[in-house]
Write a protein that binds this ligand. Structure first.
Ligand code: ADP
Ligand code: ZN
Ligand code: ZN
Length: 732
């Protein structure tokens, strides 16, 4: 037989199918194999098998080995990988990588086996014992131990009785040794939720609406604390009862443990978790549990949409509006698109849940394309927390230069006095956002990127948050030599330091990228806060979403303007949803919640809509602006990004590309709402100069976008990289 194989090389010019011969009947479409490739041996994926090759048989080399008996890809995931390659403009080899735990490639991680020993014949114990040398006490101990305890792992026996005793017994043939697969499973001590609740009327309606709709997608628009999770669990249960499988996505790795806990309490070992924070071995084992059907529910952040499940019944995307669902590096996929593909293939349902749906999703619900379910009230009609706007300009005028308004300080004081908990949110890690010379005004910048450096006090360094470069903290201005250096903009480290000064007794936890690098790092901080080992949790957007802490009665939003003044067309949407999300952490149980929102633009319309929880008002205004200005969801934003470490080359390529794209622009002028060429907002990143051709094109014109891609892709060579982004989450 012959196999069509795509070899694991990411270059686009090797996105070709190669033929190999094989005899092993276990090789099927979807198998991973080792094949000879030039002088090398490489891994590849079989995309098809056939009796008659295209090449002459004599020229075809044989497959070297089958890597795993169970094919890594199913018919569906193989087809989906093709869809990703086509729609995200990447090679098949690159698209395959989305589907496999990265360490599985190149055999960096394998199954783990444990050897167990047991007595071959425990009936004739006396005989065995008397046959042993009188002084062989240790061997006798092993025999007696196994007699009492039964099957025991060899490593335990070796440890207890010494290697030589165990070895002699094995040589004498008294022990039988078996190998068993050992599963490395993450989050062993999650505990149970054991809360089975009776659904409220609103929840029952939501579940029934999903069961009865003939639409593929249901948007569950439910305020924070309206009990969406319980609805998800019922829908997953429906799928499991029908012997189908489910994918449950949350926007942050930080949220996966609590979801896993709920799923494990309800579905036991049927739930498996997939995310990049797991150890290589854990991820490998969880992945195979899903692939072999032993586990039926995959939970994770974005990338778990590629879980190796067959026969999907439901895909749930919680906080569907969240930017993290759009991948920012190749393959640049949108998770909802992938979910739709998988749902179509399996006749499964897609559930999008949010307290602040993206305007695009809400528009689809309004148009009748999605089934819409609304949950306008919290469980038990608990009120949403009051949000108080604090004008930080006035605080400054009053001489308060601290990051906290006096209103927030007194709220924290009251919260601590009542032994409740507070969450303080700001979207900036580090100590200060920038360091500035007070003499000449120079701001320290990254030498690879056109961005200012953030001061991290913990290791006294300046860090570039774009490329990761780390510099020593300066003692004098690098421009003028002045020693007067000022910190600009507050980060989480600084907030903790200042809070410690004001509330020396308070126990403060910090959660941001820097404190969650260790294994299960998010989980440790969150469990500690849940166990009330902390009074205040300070953090970036990781603390904003999804968490359900009953004792949190206060939320402080330090800089609500952070996203408001970005030039991005989505800044209002982001601000609205962020405020709603963070506020939603407050007052979820019996005690009423409070939110203090600090801002330098207290009159901003969006802020006022947010504090009234007026999503519909926000939506109406926003959608009419988008329509009038021809922005998504009414157009697709297509950006061709041209980068090179050589500025001249980048400019040259940009000019040529712009020139060629003019032809397409002229052809389809009526479908273009914008067409322009300029420096990228981030002019330099990781040592590369950046230019862009920006387009806004009518929706559903993938033919034009394809044309753009094939026109510009040939410039992607040598020292110039060119790539295409469609509705990217980040237009830096
Ligand atoms: P959301 O995801 O909509 O923000 P959650 O699913 O976290 O809300 O639910 C909010 C709280 O209400 C949780 O503590 C949850 O345990 C509780 N809850 C959910 N459904 C019910 C119910 N039917 N009866 C009682 N409590 C419930
Ligand atoms: Zn200076
Ligand atoms: Zn940098």
């Amino acid at each position: 037989m012959f196999a069509d194989v795509i070899v694991d090389i990411a270059h686009s010019d090797t996105d070709k199918i190669f033929e190999y011969s094989f005899e092993d009947s276990r090789i099927v479409a979807g198998s991973r194999v080792l094949v000879p490739f030039g002088k090398k041996t490489l891994e590849g994926i079989v995309v098809g098998v056939k009796e008659f090759p295209v090449l002459e048989k004599e020229k075809i080399k044989p497959v070297i080995a089958l890597l795993e008996e169970t094919p890594a890809f199913s018919e569906e995931t193989l087809a989906l990988s093709k869809y990703v390659a086509d729609t995200c403009y990447v090679s098949r080899a690159l698209s395959f990588r989305l589907f496999l735990p990265s360490e599985m490639r190149k055999g960096k991680v394998r199954e783990q086996f444990v050897s167990y020993a047991s007595l071959k014949d425990d009936e004739n114990l006396d005989e065995i014992l008397s046959s042993l040398n009188k002084t062989a006490y240790r061997q006798k101990d092993v025999i007696l131990y196994l007699c009492d305890n039964g099957k025991t792992s060899l490593s335990v026996l070796n440890e207890k009785f010494g290697v030589s005793a165990v070895k002699s017994l094995r040589e004498k043939g008294y022990l039988s040794v078996t190998e068993e697969k050992r599963l490395r499973s993450p989050y062993k001590d999650l505990g149970d939720t054991d809360k089975t609740v009776a659904l409220t009327g609103a929840q029952i309606n939501a579940v029934n609406s999903v069961r009865n709709t003939d639409k593929d997608v249901t948007l569950i628009f439910g305020v924070t604390g309206s009990g969406k999770t319980e609805i998800y669990l019922r829908l997953i249960s429906d799928a499991i009862k029908e012997n189908k499988t489910a994918i449950m996505l949350v926007p942050e790795i930080a949220l996966t443990p609590q979801m896993l806990r709920q799923l494990r309490s309800r579905f036991g070992e049927k739930a498996a978790i997939l995310h990049s924070g797991l150890s290589a071995g854990e991820r490998y084992d969880e992945w195979w549990r899903l692939r072999t059907g032993e586990a039926k529910i995959a939970i994770g952040a974005r990338s778990a949409i590629f879980a190796p499940l067959e026969n999907l019944g439901v895909v749930i995307i919680d906080e569907e509006h969240d930017g993290s669902y759009i991948s920012e590096s190749a393959p640049r996929y949108d998770t909802i698109d992938i979910a739709l593909y998988r749902a179509k293939y399996n006749h499964a349902k897609v559930i999008l849940g949010s307290a602040t749906p993206s305007v695009g999703s809400y528009l689809k619900a309004m148009n009748g394309e999605y089934n819409l379910v609304e949950l306008p009230e919290r469980i038990n009609k608990k009120p949403l927390p009051d949000i108080e706007i604090v004008d930080m300009r006035r605080e400054i005028r009053r001489g308060n230069n601290s990051p906290f308004s006096s209103a927030l300080v007194s709220e924290i004081k009251e919260c601590l006095a009542k032994k409740n908990q507070a969450i303080i949110f700001l979207n900036q890690r580090g100590y200060s956002k920038t360091v500035i010379c007070t003499e000449c005004g120079h701001v320290q910048k990254c030498s690879n990127c056109d961005v200012s450096l953030t001061y991290h006090k913990e290791d006294d360094s300046l860090l570039c948050h774009y490329c990761g470069a780390k510099y020593k903290m300066i003692t004098a201005c690098t421009e003028c030599g002045s020693r007067f250096i000022k910190y600009g903009g507050v980060g989480t480290e600084r907030v903790v330091a200042e809070l410690n000064k004001i509330f020396p007794e308070a126990r403060i936890l910090r959660m941001d990228r820097d404190t969650t690098q260790t294994k299960e790092g998010h989980f440790k901080i969150l469990s500690s806060f849940a166990a009330r080992e902390g009074d205040i949790l300070v953090g970036t957007q990781m603390v904003a979403k999804g968490h359900d802490f009953p004792y949190v009665t206060l939320v402080g939003i330090l800089d609500a303007d952070m996203s408001l003044h970005f030039s991005d067309y989505r800044s209002s949407e982001r601000t609205f949803s962020l405020i709603t999300q963070v506020s939603g952490r407050s007052g979820r149980a019996d005690m009423p919640g409070k939110v203090v929102l600090q801002t330098y633009s207290p009159d901003n319309v969006v802020l006022h809509q947010a504090i009234r929880y007026d999503y519909k008002g926000f939506y109406e205004r926003e959608i009419s602006i988008r329509k009038a200005t021809a922005f998504p969801p009414f157009t697709d934003i297509v950006r061709v990004l041209i980068q090179s470490s050589d500025d001249e080359l980048a400019i040259e390529a940009t000019k040529a590309i712009y020139g060629e794209l003019q032809r397409i622009y002229q052809n389809y002028k009526q479908n273009f709402k914008f067409f322009g060429c300029m420096k990228a907002p981030l002019k330099k990143l990781q040592g590369k100069f950046r230019y862009q051709v920006l387009m806004r094109i009518d929706v559903n014109r993938s033919d034009i976008i394809d044309d753009v891609f094939y026109t510009v892709n040939k410039y992607n060579k040598g020292n110039v990289t060119v790539y295409l982004e469609v509705n990217s989450n980040n237009l830096n």
